[in-house]
Design a protein around this ligand. Structure first.
Ligand SMILES: O=C(O)CCC(=O)C(=O)O
Ligand SMILES: [Fe+2]
Length: 327
């Protein structure tokens, strides 16, 4: 039932701390609007781990441009895209680059790869392994770079709001741990995804999905999706509910690292994208763009409430442990 799905996943209004207004150096004001926002975000992340965010302040045109530049990249011939193959570039130790169809298994239990292509854009890498030998690629790179910065800014604001809600001695602890998100030793990822039409060239194998069931690894994820839909999120009762696209909103969710950091107060919830059952929908391509915010690589994650539930681990080691099981 669509109605109960919408109730399960709250729509939170971010006007009180939107990107339209400058971010004060000392953090958001302590007025009633911010307090309401802090409470709503906290409630959503302690229960479902997912929410829709409206009035976030990321420019609609910029989002559109990012979807269009991505589509042009994915429409390039496979041999050009494979010049940016993540498997090759990863010899430099980065998860940066193009991931071809079926190369990734989001659900490690399923024997087949996901029916998707994606490109992981890392902003802070040296040397720049992203040469741009076509106009399409050059435009794609510039667009991803701009979009990364907007997503980083929104993530930093959300991290402040989350810190307030946990009533920590230092509510800016999350923000500080991400201070290298632009230009520092930080491997946050902007990932653009393309789900091709499923017919002809792409027959569907038994149990295969567009994106297998998984939870995200990092601190938090921003997800922009087109109007096609297909994302499903596990509810507290263990059933998957549709995260139906709502115009103008971004989906925000907690990742495994943040769950561990908050000693399970905030929850990282499993989600997936199935192959549509109707022939009409199978013929449709789908696009989404995810921004995975991660703390700085060398930051040591210990539970913020100082309990001993989880031993300390560096961000780099934690992410490596998660990534090794996917590729
Ligand atoms: O495409 C989507 O809607 C979800 C993608 C996703 O969950 C991921 O890349 O982690
Ligand atoms: Fe995900």
């Amino acid at each position: 039932m669509a109605e109960s799905n919408i109730i399960a996943m709250p729509v939170v209004d971010f006007s009180a701390y939107s990107l339209d207004k400058p971010r004060p150096a000392r953090g958001p004001a302590n007025d009633v609007h911010v307090r309401d926002l802090v409470d709503e975000v906290q409630r959503a992340f302690r229960t479902m781990g997912f929410l829709y965010l409206k009035n976030h302040g990321i420019d609609k045109i910029q989002i559109q441009r990012s979807f269009e530049a991505s589509k042009k990249f994915f429409d390039l011939p496979e041999d050009i895209k494979m010049k940016y193959d993540m498997a090759t570039l990863s010899k430099y130790g980065y998860v940066h680059g193009y991931v071809r169809m079926e190369a990734e298994r989001s659900d490690t239990v399923v024997p087949h790869g996901d029916l998707k292509e994606c490109f992981n854009y890392l902003h802070n890498i040296e040397p720049d392994s992203f040469t741009s030998d076509t106009d399409v690629v050059a435009d794609f790179k510039a667009t991803m770079s701009d979009f990364y910065k907007s997503c980083a800014e929104l993530s930093q604001r959300l991290l402040e709001i989350i810190g307030r809600g946990l009533e920590l001695e230092d509510p800016r602890i999350f923000l500080k741990a991400h201070d290298g998100i632009i230009g520092g030793d930080n491997r946050s990822v902007l990932r653009t995804l393309y789900y091709p039409a499923l017919e002809g060239d792409h027959p569907v194998k038994n149990g295969q999905t567009r994106c297998g069931e998984h939870s995200d690894y990092g601190s938090l994820t921003l997800l922009f999706q087109d109007e096609v839909g297909g994302l499903q999120v596990m509810s507290s009762s263990g059933e998957f509910v549709d995260a139906t696209p709502i115009e103008g909103t971004i989906i925000v969710n907690i990742g495994d690292l943040m769950q561990r950091w908050t000693s399970d107060k905030l929850v990282s919830t499993r989600h997936r994208v199935l192959v549509p059952s109707s022939v009409d929908k199978k013929r449709k391509t789908r696009q989404s763009i995810a921004f995975f915010a991660n703390p700085n690589c060398k930051h040591l994650i210990t539970p913020v409430d100082a309990c001993d539930k989880y031993p300390p681990i560096t961000v780099a080691d934690f992410l490596k442990m998660k990534l090794d099981s996917t590729y």
